[in-house]
Design a protein around this ligand. Structure first.
Ligand code: NDP
Length: 249
């Protein structure tokens, strides 16, 4: 590890840090020395497993339950984190869900659930951390968006709207905070091997892989790498890092 990659002394909050991409980010950030809060919604066991792994290599992590689609729960998640570790340096807005359905059949509930969990959650957590970050004159806000927010996706009007919204949010907040020591960036993964993608039927998955120039799914650690870069870099803001095997250029 080069010195500049150290996150010793930093506190990171990762929403949806118990599984998939979020779990990988939590482990990598903890490996660099940050104290980590792993947020989960329903699966405490998964969060505990990540904590065990982190503790095994001598890292520090706790888990807090909160449904980040809910404003009050998100604010109390941020408060709990600050009570526990005194501050938040790095906020990674990663929690997300899909409810794929062609628009004709999409219910209002499926629309709202996806917008609330993927996009409104970003407002909920970020609005709670922004004042403490402005006061400490340091912050790294990293939003896990998706290439679907850039290129669209069949049966994904709700998800695509939420992920595109995250990119607009990222750029606008980056403008407002650029002079205050806070960077705001997004990562746009392509198809990554997690439970979210495991839910896709095998034959459809093969068809998807055929469309990816690198002819394979990405790994969660390839996304965690990008997050580490953004957590460390102090001159990049308002950007979207595309980590997608070439599926969207
Ligand atoms: P997973 O389904 O593997 O994990 C989702 C995580 O989010 C879990 O930890 C889950 O916790 C948590 N979560 C879900 N809803 C909530 C909620 N309301 N409040 C708090 N936590 C919640 O997803 P991935 O790792 O695949 O995806 C992570 C992010 O990356 C998402 O934003 C997704 O949209 C994005 N992404 C994923 C891609 C992929 O191919 N996998 C591609 C592009 C972007 P719990 O189990 O407790 O509910």
């Amino acid at each position: 590890m080069v010195e500049s990659q150290s996150l010793v002394g930093k506190v990171a909050l990762i929403t949806g840090g118990s599984r998939g991409i979020g779990a990988s980010i939590a482990k990598e950030v903890a490996k660099r020395g940050a104290e980590v809060v792993i947020n989960y919604n329903s699966n405490k066991e998964a969060a505990d497993e990540v904590i065990n792994e982190i503790e095994q290599f001598g890292g520090t992590a706790v888990s807090f339950q909160a449904d980040v689609s809910n404003y009050e729960q998100s604010r109390s998640l941020v408060e709990q984190t600050i009570d526990q570790f005194g501050k938040i340096d790095i906020l990674i807005n990663n929690a997300g869900i899909t409810r794929d359905r062609t628009f004709k059949k999409l219910s209002e509930n499926e629309w709202k659930e996806v917008i609330d969990t993927n996009l409104n959650s970003v407002y909920h957590t970020t609005s709670a951390v922004i004042n403490p970050m402005l006061e400490q004159k340091f912050g790294r806000i990293i939003n896990i968006s998706s290439f679907i927010g850039q290129k669209g996706g069949f049966g994904q009007t709700n998800y695509s709207a939420a992920k595109a919204g995250m990119i607009g949010f990222t750029k606008s907040l980056a403008l407002e905070t650029a002079r205050r020591g806070i960077t705001v960036n997004a990562v746009c993964p392509g198809y990554i091997e997690t439970e979210m993608v495991a839910a896709i039927p095998e034959d459809a998955k093969e068809q998807i892989i055929a469309t990816i120039p690198m002819q394979r799914l990405g790994t969660t650690s390839e996304i965690a790498d990008a997050v580490l870069f953004l957590a460390n870099n102090s001159y990049m803001t308002g950007q979207c890092l595309n980590i997608n095997g070439g599926v969207y250029m």
